[in-house]
Ligand binder design. Structure first.
Ligand SMILES: *Cc1c(COP(=O)(O)O)cnc(C)c1O
Length: 380
């Protein structure tokens, strides 16, 4: 047989569609409607014009400047962009988001999108005899990694208000000595736990097993768990440039954790591909972090447009959980999610519909610009 046995069992992730046949307003992949900061373009142009010879050399294997820039950005904004204070180009964390220690570069790991980062985390901390617990409806890549690495898991149904059933998750984690993973805020439900609620979970979770919080959306209004890193040695936080940092095309994701766990993931990574993200991405990522003020503003704009859109949907009779993300998850009495998705698509706008049992009545709509949402309102 040509292919391996394990290949036959693969079940890859299906992303939101990226059609080429016509130009749609894309509200289906939780991308950011704003362009990256002009400083990103300037840094790339400078690199191309003045330092392009460097493309002939391997990039800095430790991504030192990028890791320092990410740590600095987190210290400035406290890990939640939309709530940070801005005074000119100076950014300071809101009272609620202050981190009680300084994030240092050795607490950062970067990879080719948080998808790749997550795959190394799964490899490092779970295996065929080391299962994990996750919510039933969460980022649909987690079960894909479970299939890839042959990891068993328990999926715990969400509560009726779409929040995590933390009691049940902890019960299973303690019973089976499992690690835990969830997105906070969660997807596609759009709601999240407070830092205090996650802290209470961490206190009751197995101390010797990993506890992973995927903060892909936290900058739009959630509460970051970065302040808990010094208190819990088993906490790994995964974040991305794809959503709040307007950089889905860059493919840049990162971990914030203690240096020991960062080293473990680095060991996995260096066993697959011993060079880090490429030189251009290191430049772009660094420039991104150096314009934190820009992203505070874009995150705030997205959150504002979101809240306006939620009010609109509710006035039209939709059920919409109060999103803390850059998307909304909504349904209406007797609504056929797939039919609504199709009707909206005919009108030139892409949203996301999942055929997954339990959420098939819903559609997930990414928050675009004010103008894009006004257009969408016509068809809702
Ligand atoms: C978008 C998303 C990711 C993936 O981000 P990339 O960095 O683009 O790979 C990871 N987790 C969640 C929950 C996401 O929504």
């Amino acid at each position: 047989m040509l292919i391996s046995e394990r290949m036959e069992g693969l079940n890859p992730y299906v992303p939101g569609e990226q059609p080429k046949d016509r130009t749609y307003i894309k509200l289906n992949a939780n991308e950011n409607p704003y362009a990256p900061s002009p400083k990103v373009k300037a840094a790339l142009v400078d690199f191309i014009n003045n330092k392009s010879d460097k493309l002939g050399l391997y990039p800095d294997p430790d991504s030192n400047e990028l890791h320092a820039a990410i740590a600095e950005m987190l210290n400035k904004c406290g890990g939640v962009l939309c709530r940070a204070n801005v005074d000119g180009t100076e950014v300071t964390p809101s009272e609620k988001d202050k981190i009680p220690f300084t994030v240092t570069p050795d607490m950062i790991y970067t990879g080719n999108g948080s998808d790749e980062v997550l795959s190394f985390v799964f490899y490092a901390f779970f295996s065929s005899n080391k299962k994990f617990v996750m919510p039933e409806h969460t980022y649909s890549f987690y079960p894909v990694y479970a299939g890839f690495y042959n990891i068993p898991y328990d999926a715990v149904p969400l509560k009726s208000d779409w929040t995590l059933d933390t009691e049940k998750m902890l019960e299973l984690a303690n019973k089976n000595k499992s690690g835990i993973i969830f997105a906070n805020p969660n997807a596609p439900s759009s709601v999240g736990l407070t830092r205090d609620e996650v802290r209470k979970m961490l206190l009751k979770a197995p101390k010797d097993e990993i506890f992973i919080v995927d903060e892909a959306y936290v900058d739009f209004g959630g509460e970051s768990c970065i302040p808990l890193i010094q208190e819990f040695d088993n906490l790994v936080i995964v974040r991305t440039f794809s959503k709040s940092l307007c950089g889905a095309g860059m493919r840049l994701g990162y971990i914030v954790s203690n240096p020991k766990l960062i080293e473990i993931v680095t060991t996995v990574k260096n066993s697959v591909n011993h060079f880090p993200i490429d030189a251009l991405n290191q430049i772009a990522g660094k420039a991104c972090c150096e314009d934190t003020a820009y992203y505070v503003k874009t995150s705030r704009d997205v959150a504002e447009v979101r809240d306006d859109f939620i009010n609109f949907l509710r006035s039209k009779g939709y059920y919409v959980p109060q999103s803390l993300t850059n998307f909304v998850f909504c349904k209406k009495e007797d609504m056929d999610g797939d039919a609504v998705y199709k009707k909206i698509k005919e009108n030139g706008i892409l949203v996301r519909h999942f055929s997954t049992k339990g959420i098939e009545d819903f559609i997930r709509i990414t928050i675009g610009t004010k103008e894009q949402m006004e257009e969408l309102k016509k068809y809702m």
